[in-house]
Design a binder for this molecule. Structure first.
Ligand code: RAM
Length: 331
């Protein structure tokens, strides 16, 4: 095989496994993400690797499509079924489209959970939310209010730049944002657009928002890809201080934009902990360690499920110029 061919085989595979010595009876857990190349999921993979090292008998298969599509994830699920993995922990690009293939996986004895972005209840045993959805929704609106106050205004207009239109987590958060608007009568939501968690599309959508709404004060992007692209767009357009960008982002990706003033503040939970939780929960389901509605998750205690099989981790944390550098080397 020549060198070029080897490279293309490696690229086509787009799967990475943790690097400890593998044994035949290791528990094989696939961490299936919305798409490869997203910093948030790479941080979650770090947590999965930490869990794998701690547990000792786990092989983590980090995998995802090259773009954020349900079709790409379904193809991977079918291949994971063929590989007979023990568990699939998925952050889904679509609530419903993945369910038939995940049901098939479960019929073959594979334990399925969703985390971050969920699938319908029939498709999984449990879903791990990073935090309470209503809290995340309200926080995103509060961040917009903070930006308007930072501009010295009594009231302001904001637009949402989301991920894909079918993304379970962003759609729930946007609903929760709308519900909390009553609490913020000085804010007006003027538009909602979708950058599909692709950097270039998000950048173009942010530019279009600014063009279509010349009096826009804030872009709220509840996605780490969108917030970064929007911060870049307003910087390139010379609009720092006129249009603020906020939402959910990673300190490692946003520290520069906080210091430039493009982003006043933003929020996120710990993505490393989320990947750690997904891996330990999947492992304990494989090992039959779940009791009733409690699933152990290592150093993070235990996940308590509600009647719909949903559990939540900790509250999001707000970052600004005073603390962003303390976290930018971590995630
Ligand atoms: C992006 C993804 C992910 C979401 C974060 C906040 O990385 O859309 O699903 O949880 O943003």
């Amino acid at each position: 095989m020549n060198k070029k061919l080897i490279t293309s085989v490696v690229l086509a595979c787009s799967t990475f496994t943790a690097s400890h010595t593998l044994a035949a009876d290791d528990v094989r857990i696939a961490l299936l993400v919305k798409a490869l190349g997203i910093g948030f999921f790479e941080a979650a993979y770090k947590g999965a690797q930490e869990a794998s090292e701690e547990l000792g008998d786990v092989e983590v298969i980090y995998t995802g499509p090259t773009t954020t599509t349900a079709e790409g994830q379904i193809e991977i699920i079918n291949s994971l079924i063929a590989q007979r993995v023990d568990a699939i922990a998925v952050s889904a690009n679509d609530t419903d489209a993945l369910v038939p293939s995940l049901e098939k996986a479960q019929r073959r004895g594979i334990k399925v959970i969703s985390w971050d972005s969920g699938v319908g209840e029939e498709g999984r045993i449990a879903h791990i939310n990073p935090s309470s959805n209503s809290l995340i929704g309200r926080m995103n609106v509060k961040l917009a209010a903070d930006a308007v106050a930072e501009k010295g205004q009594q009231s302001g207009k904001f637009a949402i730049l989301s991920a894909t239109p079918t993304s379970t987590n962003q759609n729930i958060w946007i609903d929760e944002m709308k519900k909390s608007l009553g609490e913020f009568p000085n804010l007006e939501l003027v538009d909602t657009v979708y950058g599909d968690d692709l950097a270039d599309k998000s950048f173009r959508e942010a530019q279009a928002l600014i063009k279509n709404h010349p009096d826009l004060d804030v872009i709220v992007a509840p996605t780490t890809v969108g917030i970064l692209a929007a911060a870049q767009a307003i910087t390139d357009l010379g609009l720092i201080g006129k249009v603020y960008v906020t939402g959910l982002g990673l300190p490692s990706e946003l520290a520069g934009h906080v210091h430039s003033g493009a982003v006043h503040n933003f929020a996120i939970w710990n993505p490393i902990d989320l990947g750690y939780a997904a891996t330990t929960v999947a492992y304990n389901l494989v090992k039959g360690e779940a009791t009733g509605k409690e699933i152990p998750m290592g150093r993070m205690g235990s996940l308590s499920l509600d009647n719909a099989g949903n559990g939540a981790m900790a509250d999001p944390f707000v970052y600004d110029a005073s603390n962003v550098d303390d976290f930018s080397s971590i995630f």
